[in-house]
Ligand binder design. Sequence first.
Ligand SMILES: [Zn+2]
Length: 271
Amino acid sequence: MSMYQLTQIPSEAQIRKLLRRVVFGSTIHCPLCSSRKTTNFEGRFRCKKCRGRFSLLSHTWLAHLRLPLPQFWLVLWCWTEQIPVKQTARLTHLSLVTIYHWFEVLRSKLPEDQELLEHLIQLDEAYFGSKSKNTLRALFVGKQVDSKKLAYKIVNKSYPVREDAWDFLRQKVAPETQVATDGAKIYRGMEKWWPVTHSYDLHRKFEFEQTSEIEGVFGCLRTFIRRMYHHVSCDKLPGLVHEFCFRFSHPEMFESPYQYLLITLRLVPLS
Ligand SMILES: [Zn+2]
């Protein structure tokens, strides 16, 4: 058993207690009819009203969990702490494939929402993938200045055009916003297409002032992908960008496995 397991991972009984609080709150109730009249036999519950059967996780997205709870908790802890995939595989004694799978599952449970940006924002684009393999993607990210609010859009082409930048504005940026960009042509004239005011830097004149925050975000995104996942294929790019933006905007959700589960683990109808 590793140091991480000894210091970070609660016992199976403690995990059950935490999960019970997350899923059911203060009182066990039937996931089918909400009745609180239930019987409990060795962790299997039965509803006296509708006769439905359930267990702690049977009506959540962890219904088919095959890992022992402490091992699952350790995987989740590693993911919230941004432990790289290889290191997580070593710590958990699981295969790299399994860790990639689990990290993808955990990412997929993050809420979908992207926020509408307003007041003053910085907007820039970056490129991922390779031109020779025909996998180059353009990523637009906007950041509301002096806030943790981000919005993004991935464009499946190597050379985004003005319409792509304007689409981003229409979908992610509130009217009357002040937008700062670099001097790229795709941003010129945006105020004619969406009611914003636009200011821009010309990088060749060494003016980086107006887009310094968003360039910092792109730097963090590239470091995040390289450190935690080593590389990104184009089919995984949307997921990793979503995860990065969510970590950036909602750091409280990644403070512990418990905080993450509080937001993602709910009673859902069985499909
Ligand atoms: Zn019931």
